[in-house]
Design a protein around this ligand. Structure first.
Ligand code: TRP
Length: 358
């Protein structure tokens, strides 16, 4: 029986946080049983912004795998994909890049938001190219479902477009059109109470934070409320956390109601209760993470990545072979020219605009 395939992943720019958890990681853990899952560590993409810091990228790659294993991604059921080990991915990136108009890539809202957020004076050629690379990550595994946070949705849309265009131009039925799967919380604010949670903004609660760190960060959460009798906004960042992490919705409802009325309820008590709830979610992760601590843990992770890369490469290599066959780049099959010519005659002719920039 074949299970629907999933591919998603993370760029190793640091440890993963609660935003990643509610945006995508929870879905991954939940879907492992009835899907064939590939979880990719996009270490090549990390060079888009940190090309001169390869040691940091290596360290963060290991940290992301620790986070994956801690959160409950099970290496016995799911395949970890270290991007730099999969040779078919850069090759597919190059081929797909020919099917995407330059302006289309530059218009991608995910890319534009990232370029704006990072406030770079200039960016490498590789920065926009990474979005095409992301399409290749997904399509190399012929994934049907891509669990990501809302910020990535526009890139997945571009992936759908390029998959359709490939089929239109070359045929071959190589790629399913992948669907995006968003998390239960669209956008989790950071502890600044305003911007989305992000490591680079310094407003993140990490999956690897201790109980004391969680409490400290929650205490510092900005709400702007002055006293326990001020009517509060039950949709502020504090309550977005309460809704995301307090398990009992009835309890959240009661708190929100008292908060809105300013019914003698201080931010401090709610923060303490939310911190408790977050700690309860993260506590089992700490235990699982402990098994991969230190140099011995790192060695085990590297072994895992090596073994999984073999499995992953086999899948991606098969995709690439099918892609090349569809594109008539398969020199080995040259004797079949006559047959291929006749099949080409049956292909619908692509409109002449199919490749023109818009
Ligand atoms: N760009 C994604 C991020 O930074 C990581 C990523 C790379 C990815 N390749 C992917 C996500 C393929 C989903 C599918 O979060």
């Amino acid at each position: 029986m074949t299970r629907p395939r999933i591919l998603t992943g993370d760029t190793p720019t640091g440890r993963l946080h609660l935003g990643h958890l509610v945006g995508s990681l929870e879905n991954r853990v939940r879907l492992q049983d009835d899907h064939e899952c590939f979880f990719l560590i996009a270490n090549v993409h990390a060079f888009t912004t940190r090309a001169e810091r390869p040691d940091d990228i290596r360290r963060d790659t290991i940290e992301v795998v620790r986070d994956y294993l801690a959160v409950g991604i099970d290496p016995a059921r799911s395949t970890l994909v270290l991007q730099s080990e999969i040779r078919a991915i850069p090759e597919l990136t190059f081929l797909l890049a020919m099917l995407l108009p330059f302006q289309r890539v530059m218009r991608n809202p995910t890319l534009k938001a990232e370029l704006a957020d990072k406030q770079l004076e200039q960016h490498s050629f590789g920065f926009p190219l990474y979005t095409v690379g992301q399409c290749a990550d997904i399509l190399a595994f012929r994934a049907e479902l891509v669990p990501v946070g809302e910020d990535q949705a526009a890139t997945i849309e571009m992936c759908r477009e390029v998959a359709r265009r490939f089929e239109h131009v070359y045929g071959g039925s190589v790629f399913p059109i992948p669907e995006v799967l968003l998390g239960r919380v669209a956008r989790l604010p950071g502890t600044d109470g305003v911007q989305k949670m992000s490591k680079s903004l310094g407003n993140a609660i990490f999956l690897s934070d201790t109980r004391a760190e969680i409490q400290r960060k929650m205490r510092g959460l900005y709400t702007g409320r002055q006293s326990a009798t001020d009517p509060g906004d039950p949709d502020n960042a504090l309550f977005q956390y309460a809704r995301a992490f307090i398990a009992d919705p009835e309890r959240v409802r009661v708190l929100a109601e008292r908060y809105a009325r300013g019914d003698d309820i201080g931010d401090g008590e709610i923060k303490a209760e939310v911190a408790e709830a977050i700690d309860a979610v993260l506590a089992p992760m700490r235990e699982r993470r402990a098994a991969y601590d230190g140099p011995r843990g790192e060695a085990a992770i590297i072994e895992l990545l090596r073994e999984h890369a073999r499995r992953a490469s086999a899948v991606a290599d098969e995709t690439l072979a099918r892609v090349k066959a569809a594109m008539r780049l398969d020199l080995d099959a040259a004797p079949a020219t006559a047959e291929r010519r006749s099949s080409e005659a049956h292909l619908p002719a692509p409109p002449s605009s199919a490749l023109a920039p818009r």
